[in-house]
Every structure is written in C-alpha cells, then in structure tokens.
Design a binder for this molecule. Structure first.
Ligand SMILES: *Cc1c(COP(=O)(O)O)cnc(C)c1O
Length: 379
C-alpha cells in the first residue's frame, strides 16, 4: 500500500491501552467475558442508557446477532438505506430475509423517514436505521411509524457511539442496536463492537446466542449446575485483549470526542469560505442532534470535481476517501433486483461526497496543510 504523508486514519493510543493489555495477559484469562469485557459492557449500559450491552468481535457481528434475535425468516422484509456499509444488509441476507432499500435525506444522508411508509407491506418486520456520521435519524417520526405498523427497529449505530438525538444517546433507540469499535471508528478495539438490547424480551436469548447457543451465562451466575446447548449461536465474544484496549479508550471518552470536535470545527471554519463561494457544501447537523464528529465530509458539485480533488490531494500526499458505492448499484444489489435510478438522492450524493482525514493524532499543522491544498484546488 502507498504511504501517505497524511493517511486517512490512524489508530490511536490515548491512555493505558498497553498497560491494560498486559494486565489481561497477567490475569491468565484472554478469552471472552473477563474483567475488561464486563467493565466495558456495564460502562456502555450506564453511560449510554442501554438495558443490556454485550461486547462483540465486530459491529458486523452485533448486526448479525440482532437479526438472529429478531428471528428473521425467509420472506420477512427489512427496510434499510442503500447508502450504508455492507454489514447492515449482509446481516439480513444471512438469515435468508429480504432487504428492502430506501432513499436518504439530502441533508443528513440518513434514511428518509417520509419514504418509509410506502415501503411497508404485510411482510415488513423491521426498519434498520443507520446513524450516518454519528448524526441520529429522525427518531420521533420513525418510532411513530414503527409503532403504527408494529415493526421492530434495528439501529445500526456503528458510527454513533457517544452521540445524541434530543438528549438520548444513539444506540438506545433500537429494540436492538449495534456499535462498532473498528479502528476507523471514534473509540477503538482494533476489531470490536457491541450488541445493545433495549427491548427486554431479547436479553436472555441474546446471552445464549453470544455464548455459542449455550446457557453458560446462567451457569456462571449459579442459576443452573451444568451448561448445555439450548439454541443456535456463534462465537460472538471478543478476546479480553480487545476489551482491555477498548476500556482504556472509554476512560478517555470525552478527550477523544473533544479532540474530534476541534478537528471538525477547524475544518468547518476554514472551509466555510468555499461553501460561501458555492463550490462545495459542508456537513449539516440537525438541531436535534449532538454529534460525535465521526466523519468530516465535503459534497462537491459533481463526480468529476470530487475525483479530481481526491487526486489533487493524493498528489500532495493526503489520503481523502469516499464511500459508499450505493448497495443497490453494487453487483450484489443488482443481483437481488435493483437498478440504476432506483434511489436518486443516494446515487447523486454518493458520487459527490469526499471524506477528509480525521483522527485523534492529526495535528494542526497537518490540518492546515490539508485545508491549504483544498483551497488551492479551487483557485
Ligand atoms: C463500521 C460499520 C459497520 C461494521 O462495523 P465493524 O465493526 O467494522 O464490523 C456497520 N455499519 C456501519 C454503518 C458502519 O459504519
């Protein structure tokens, strides 16, 4: 891989990560659900107002667990945006259920709540929300729709850790939700995630699925004398090494957020002049949301400008990237029956969006260099 002067992302060490990893090793328990895992789980529950949190090996795994818990079956339909990461849709397909894509809002790039009802049929079982860039979806309206049609909400809050919608943390809105602690997210474990359960009826079964379909959790609590196979499940527990790393990050929850806020606001202030000149637009944060500053993106005039700006930055040693290829236009999306033109806003914005480097150790000098090169590109 080419080495950039300023990469797109750098995993960070913010505190006692190495010390805690050493401690986990010295404790002689590296497999899952040890001291660090329990600390992380209860921190998530208390801090973010979640009924039950279970660390997982990834956000992807948390979404897969969510779909097992909802007992998705063939012919069940789940509505989700096409503008998201592949894990959201794979979790549905792995259960043999049917993903039904919907378009996004042009301002937040989140699922358009006004286009949900037209997608609902008597087979619809759930709505899968994605809190893009740590900005919450229009939760009030979506919850009303879910109640009206008796649908579950799965909240893919992979990008939404420590962000709020109207004073409630993202991740607390789904019957089941997912966080990610992948190294490209705000709080990291290398690979890692969490399943968040807010609908109590799923708690008991979640622990079983998490422990490979056994009732080992009940055994550990002394509720039964011997544990055994009681349901389907898989190995969804992360190692204590990952949990130890994550715990050190949680101890600096606010430091990390504040640093990202500074980076975000600096980009915003310095690039505002380009928005005023109408050559690009900057992220929009709705009034109801307090974000976690996960992504700083630019929306360019068209795909050509986006790609030439990206190339220009590359030539200066700066890696800026875009995502997502709309799922409905990817080879797999076409295979399940979607085509060009199905979701115009998703198609348009995905061609024009560019993400700038955004990580804890990014310095002001480096940020100045990025900003200078973006401004120069337009003169
Ligand atoms: C990162 C991400 C995931 C997957 O998380 P992993 O921890 O990488 O498996 C899922 N959905 C969205 C929206 C994401 O951004």
């Amino acid at each position: 891989m080419k080495k950039y002067k300023i990469p797109f992302n750098k995993p960070c060490i913010v505190g006692k990560e190495l010390e805690y990893i050493k401690k986990a090793i010295e404790k002689g328990k590296l497999s899952g659900n040890g001291e660090f895992t329990k600390k992380c789980d209860s921190f998530i529950e208390k801090k973010f107002g979640i009924k039950k949190a279970l660390l997982t090996t990834s956000g992807t795994d948390a979404l897969e667990m969510a779909c097992i818990l909802l007992d998705l079956k063939q012919d069940d339909e789940i509505i989700l945006p096409s503008y998201t990461f592949v894990s959201s849709v794979n979790a549905i397909l792995l259960r043999g259920a049917r993903p039904v894509f919907a378009d996004i809002r042009p301002d937040t790039l989140n699922i358009d709540e006004n286009k949900l009802e037209e997608k609902i049929t008597d087979k619809t079982k759930a709505i899968m929300l994605v809190d893009y860039a740590g900005i919450g979806c229009e939760m009030d309206k979506i919850r009303k729709i879910a109640e009206k049609y008796n649908l579950y909400i799965i909240e893919d809050a992979a990008q939404g850790v420590n962000a709020k919608y109207k004073n409630r943390y993202l991740g607390s809105f789904g019957d089941v939700s997912a966080y990610s602690f992948h190294e490209t997210k705000n709080y990291i474990a290398g690979e890692g995630g969490a399943l968040l359960i807010n609908n109590e009826k799923f708690i008991e079964r979640a622990e079983i699925i998490w422990e490979k379909g056994t009732n080992r959790q009940q055994f550990f609590r002394g509720e039964i004398d011997k544990y055994t196979w009681v349901d389907i499940g898989s190995s969804f527990l992360p190692s204590e090494l990952n949990a130890a790393y994550l715990w050190a990050q949680f101890e600096h929850l606010d430091d990390i957020q504040n640093k990202r806020k500074e980076l975000f606001e600096y980009y915003y202030t310095e690039l505002k002049q380009l928005e005023e000149k109408k050559v690009l637009s900057l992220p929009i944060i709705s009034n109801e949301c307090s974000p976690n500053y996960h992504i700083f993106y630019l929306i360019l005039k068209n795909e050509k400008t986006r790609n030439s700006l990206m190339d220009h930055l590359k030539s200066k040693g700066i890696l800026a990237v875009f995502h997502y290829i709309p799922l409905h236009l990817s080879p797999m999306g076409k295979k399940i029956g979607y085509k060009n033109g199905d979701f115009p806003i998703t198609e348009d914005l995905s061609e024009r969006l560019l993400r700038l480097p955004m990580y804890y150790s990014l310095t002001e000098t480096e940020q100045d260099y990025i900003i200078k090169n973006i401004i120069e590109f337009f003169y």
